[in-house]
Design a protein around this ligand. Structure first.
Ligand SMILES: *[C@@H]1O[C@H](CO)[C@@H](O)[C@H](O)[C@H]1NC(C)=O
Ligand SMILES: *[C@@H]1O[C@H](CO)[C@@H](O)[C@H](O)[C@H]1NC(C)=O
Ligand SMILES: *[C@@H]1O[C@H](CO)[C@@H](O)[C@H](O)[C@H]1NC(C)=O
Length: 548
C-alpha cells in the first residue's frame, strides 16, 4: 500500500514528466553540417520479398552469415556449423549436374538483379569447404562418442560437446566434412561470376566481405578451426583473399574484418573465451603495437596498400547487436522496450554507457560509441577507408517499439556518415519494422524518399523526440523525420527551420500505433520558419517541406 509521502512523490514525478515532454525543442538548419547520405545504409540480408525490395528500392542485399563461411560455390553445399550440428547440407538444387551454374549464389545474384539491388557476397577465408553434396557430420557420434545433443533426423550428428554439455570435442578430423581450399578457389569463383554477371562496374557483384565473424570461428566452426583466430592470421588471410578479389575484379569493393561486435574492435578473439583460455587477450595486444585490434588491422591494411600498390580493403566492417538482455528478440516487456530505444545510442553517443554485460569486458569507461570509434581509428591509421556495419538487428521487428528503434537507427546511420549497413533477418514486410524502412524509402507509396544530403537536426531531448533531416537532390525539398519514443504522451511542439526558403506548404506522413499497416498523409504549414505539430505517442513522422 502507498504511504501519503510516496503518493506525493509519484504525483510530482508525473507533473515534471509532462512538463519535460512539452518542452522538447527541435531545430533544423539546412545549411549546417551538410554531407551526403550513402544509399547503401538501407541494406538487408537475404531479402526474398521481391515486391518489397522494389517498393523501397533496396540498394544492397547480403549473402552472409555462419553457413556462408562454409559455402562451396562449386558443389552448392554448405556446412551449417554450430547452428545445426556441424552438418554439410546440399542446397536444394533441381539440376546439380549443371553446377556451378544454378547454384544458390548464382540465383541470389539473379534475384538481386530483378530487385534492382546490388549484391554483397561473403568470401570464405576459413580454409575448409564441404567436400561434396552428401550430408555429413563434423562430429559423428560413432566416431567421437556420445554428445550432449544430436540431430533427431541425423542421429549420428552431434553438437560437438561431450555429454557434460560444456567440454568441446577436440582432435576431430576436418576432412570428415571438408577439403582444404585457398584463394585459388575464390579467384575461380570471381572468374565465374564476372564472366556471367559482369564486373562490379558493369553491374555485377559490387561488394565482397572477408568472411564472417572470425572472432567466433573457434566456437561456431570449432570442427575445423578449434583455435581462436589470431590477429596475424586474419591480416594474412585478408591480404591473400582481398588480393584475389582485386586481381579478378579491380572495380569490386572489399569489406573486413567483419567482427561480431563492439568487442571485436578491441581484441582479435572473443573476450570471454580468451579469459578462460591460457592465451590471454593482452598478450595479443602487446605483441601488436599495443593497439586495439581495429586500429591495428587498419594500420596493417595501410601497409598492405603500399606493399601491393593498391588498396586491398575498402570498408572497415563490424557487426553490431544490442547486448542488453532480450533486446535482440521479440520480447516486449516494458523494461526491454525502454532499453531497446535507449541502446541505439551505442552506435554514436560518446556519453552513453552501455547497459549490458559488455560494459564489464570492454574498456573501463564502457562507452561503445561504435561509429565515432571506427571513424577515429580510420582517421588515425588509414584515412579514406569507409565504414560498414553489415549486420545489426535491434529486435522487436513485429511491434511499434522495434519500428521506432529501426527508424532511429536509419536516421543515425545517415547523420553519422556510415557508408554501408545491413539489417540482419528482415521479416515479413507487412510488419512494423518494414514501415520504418518505408518512411525513409517510400513514404507516399509513389517512391518518395528521405533525402540524400544530411543537414543539421537537433532535439533538446532526443531520447523523447529524435529528429533527422535532409535535402532531396531531385526536387531540393527538405525532408525531416521525427520519432516520438514516448509510449503514452503526445508531444506538442514545433520544428524551427533555419536557412531553408520554404514555400509554406508541407506534407506530413505519419506512421503510428493507431494503424500498424498504414502511413497516413496530412497537410501542414510553415509559419515564421516553424512547423507546429502534435507528435502522437510512439510514432514516426515525416515532413516534406516544399521550397519557395
Ligand atoms: C591452392 O590450392 C591449389 C589446389 O586447389 C594448389 O594447386 C595451389 O598450389 C594452392 N596455392 C597455394 C598458394 O597454396
Ligand atoms: C506476411 O504476412 C501476411 C499476413 O500475415 C501474409 O499474408 C503473407 O503471406 C506474409 N508474407 C510473407 C512474404 O511471408
Ligand atoms: C489500417 O489501414 C489499413 C490500410 O488502409 C486498413 O485496411 C485498416 O482497416 C486500417 N485499420 C484500422 C484499425 O483502422
Amino acid at each position: 500500500m502507498l504511504s501519503r509521502k510516496n503518493t506525493l512523490v509519484i504525483l510530482l514525478m508525473v507533473v515534471s514528466y509532462d512538463l519535460t515532454s512539452s518542452m522538447v525543442t527541435l531545430e533544423v538548419d539546412a545549411k549546417s553540417n551538410t554531407h551526403p547520405i550513402s544509399q547503401y545504409i538501407y541494406g538487408m540480408s537475404f531479402l526474398n520479398d521481391i515486391n518489397f525490395a522494389k517498393e523501397i528500392n533496396l540498394p544492397v542485399d547480403r549473402f552472409g552469415g555462419n553457413a556462408v563461411t562454409r559455402y562451396n560455390w562449386k558443389n552448392d553445399a554448405s556446412n551449417r556449423a554450430s547452428d545445426w550440428f556441424f552438418e554439410n547440407l546440399p542446397e536444394d538444387n533441381p539440376n546439380p549436374e549443371n553446377l556451378p551454374d544454378g547454384s544458390i549464389s548464382d540465383l541470389f545474384i539473379e534475384k538481386d538483379k530483378l530487385m534492382g539491388a546490388r549484391t554483397m557476397l561473403t568470401i570464405p577465408l576459413i580454409g575448409w569447404t564441404p567436400k561434396d553434396r552428401e550430408r555429413r557430420c563434423g562430429f559423428s557420434v560413432k566416431k567421437y562418442g556420445p554428445q550432449q545433443q544430436t540431430d533427431q533426423l541425423m542421429p549420428d550428428c552431434g553438437n560437438g560437446k561431450k555429454t557434460d554439455g560444456t567440454t568441446l570435442i577436440t582432435g576431430n578430423d576436418p576432412t570428415d566434412t571438408s577439403v582444404k581450399i585457398n584463394s585459388t578457389f575464390t579467384k575461380e569463383w570471381l572468374q565465374h561470376l564476372t564472366k556471367k554477371y559482369g564486373t562490379a562496374d558493369q553491374g555485377g557483384v559490387l561488394f565482397y566481405e572477408m568472411d564472417n565473424e572470425y572472432d567466433l570461428w573457434h566456437r561456431t566452426h570449432h570442427d575445423i578451426h578449434p583455435e581462436p583466430a589470431t590477429t596475424d592470421e586474419i591480416v594474412k588471410l585478408t591480404e591473400e583473399y582481398a588480393l584475389a578479389v582485386k586481381e579478378v575484379d579491380p572495380s569490386a569493393l572489399t569489406l573486413g574484418p567483419v567482427g561480431w561486435g563492439y568487442l571485436s574492435f578491441l581484441r582479435s578473439v572473443l573476450v570471454f573465451s580468451a579469459l578462460d583460455s591460457a592465451s590471454g587477450t593482452n598478450k595479443d595486444r602487446s605483441s601488436h603495437d599495443n593497439l586495439d585490434f581495429g586500429p591495428y588491422y587498419l594500420k596493417a591494411m595501410k601497409q598492405l596498400e603500399s606493399k601491393h600498390s593498391k588498396r586491398l580493403l575498402d570498408y572497415l566492417d563490424f557487426h553490431m547487436y544490442p547486448q542488453p538482455a532480450n533486446v535482440f528478440s521479440d520480447n516486449t516487456e516494458t523494461e526491454v522496450l525502454a532499453v531497446r530505444l535507449r541502446s541505439t545510442q551505442g552506435l554514436w553517443n560518446p556519453d552513453y554507457i552501455d547497459e549490458s554485460w559488455v560494459r564489464n569486458l570492454g574498456e573501463p569507461n564502457n562507452r561503445v560509441q561504435l561509429i565515432p570509434r571506427m571513424k577515429k581509428a580510420i582517421q588515425t591509421y588509414y584515412p579514406g577507408t569507409k565504414i560498414a556495419i553489415t549486420e545489426y538487428n535491434w529486435g522487436g521487428l513485429k511491434v511499434m517499439n522495434g519500428a521506432l528503434a529501426q527508424a532511429d537507427i536509419l536516421g543515425i546511420l545517415g547523420r553519422e556518415s556510415v557508408d554501408v549497413a545491413i539489417l540482419w533477418g528482415p521479416e515479413n514486410s507487412t510488419e512494423p519494422w518494414a514501415y520504418a524502412f518505408r518512411m525513409y524509402r517510400n513514404y507516399d507509396g509513389k517512391g518518395s524518399q528521405f533525402g540524400s544530403t544530411s543537414v543539421s537536426a537537433k532535439s533538446s531531448d532526443e531520447q523523447k523526440l529524435a529528429i533527422y533531416a535532409s535535402i532531396r537532390s531531385s526536387d531540393k525539398k527538405l525532408t525531416v523525420i521525427a520519432i516520438n519514443k514516448d509510449p503514452i504522451n503526445e508531444i506538442d511542439t514545433k520544428i524551427e527551420i533555419k536557412n531553408f526558403p520554404s514555400s509554406g506548404n508541407t506534407k506530413i506522413y505519419t506512421y503510428s500505433q493507431y494503424n500498424l499497416t498504414k502511413i497516413v498523409e496530412s497537410i501542414g504549414i510553415v509559419v515564421n520558419n516553424a512547423i507546429e505539430h502534435k507528435f502522437p505517442p510512439y510514432s514516426i513522422t515525416l515532413f516534406e517541406v516544399a521550397r519557395k
